[in-house]
Write a protein that binds this ligand. Sequence first.
Ligand code: NIG
Ligand code: FE
Length: 434
Amino acid sequence: MSESIDFLLTNIGQLCTIPAQDGGPQRGQRFGELGLMEHAAIAVHAGVIVAIGDSDDLSARYSSLHTIDAAGRLVTPGLVDPHTHVVWAGDRADEFERRIAGVTYQQIMAEGGGINRTMLATRQADIHQMMEETKPRLNAMLASGSTTIECKTGYGLNTASELAMLSAIALLDMEHPAELAATFLGAHAVPPEYASDPDGYVRLICDEMLPAVAQWRDEHWPGPLFCDVFCEVGAFELAQTRRILEAAKAQGLLLKVHIDEFEPLGAGRMAAELGATSVDHVVVTSDEDIEAIAQSGTIAVSLPPTPFGLGHIHYTPARRFIDAGAAIAIATDCNPGTGWNENMQFVMALATRYLHLTPAEALVAATINAAYAIERGSQVGSVEIGKQADLVVWDVPSYPHLSYRFGSNLAHTVLKRGQIVFSADWRTLLSWMG
Ligand code: NIG
Ligand code: FE
């Protein structure tokens, strides 16, 4: 007698299951383990993976209303994008023209442009407008295979607007098929009203914003909530960053830090000491900080679209992190300033060329390690029994294609919690609708 399930994804040419390592991200010698299977199938029931095995065996064992035929294609877990600033209003195309003409990102920021430009547009937008401007970007992310996406605030920079951004993230999480992780980034830039008193802004974050954010979390956000700080010359210094992170920790928020994007300030050691979930950017990180990160549970999240978007030639020295034993993840950093890119396939393409990850390591960095970088490693990021059925059928025969090719979308069908949320093929959609 055959068991009943919602559907069977059959005839998978190559399946990358991408196992966790001892209940955590892959690191050290075992970084890059794909858990490959051939001629495989996945049984899904109630949005969860209930069996993984040989395609013929599972077809004989299960009867299901729907069968999705992968027709020999590659299947991976849904990609996880663990660092984005995807909620914002407006754009900065004019700043891009100036940057291409030679003006630096930091010069534009010092003139009051950059993050504070987007802050003005975002403060003027209501929650509805923020959501409407963000949806096409989330659609592009989902269609390119990202099924779980971290979203930061940081374009409000006062209590009311930061809370409005959090509400937009929570509403998008409910309305949009992509699953969102939320991060409070009140410490993204010092807003103009505090230009002459940056410490006053740090006090506002610690004494007013963080308690309000913790209350918002208690009322509206059941999962973990992160606090992030842009620790950088011209943004927040090391001592200010520590004050904010300690205040956030006291409110029960988990920690992330933008570190070493332009200047090495030594925030890696501090983040590791404070037990941060991740340190992000890590371009100009010192050997001492790499060592401290490697010795800790903190994950190094590299954002290669950012140097690419800025036309820079320096990327995260990923092999030094890997050799030291650190866990590496990759993300888009999608934002209107340094890099407006929704597609994790492009991030894998950059990571292989400029971080010198192998195609297998890039895929691990974009799935299970990325899931742990947002504390969702036990729900998403790998194909395992009991995990969410977040899956991508790719229109390619094998995993190296995902970073070998770039510039077009290789996703064929994207499933979130067992539902088809994107298909490049109308026949798949028709068979799904019955
Ligand atoms: O991660 N570094 C700080 N924040 C973003 C840029 C945001 C913006 O320019 O709007 C980043 O690159
Ligand atoms: Fe960022």
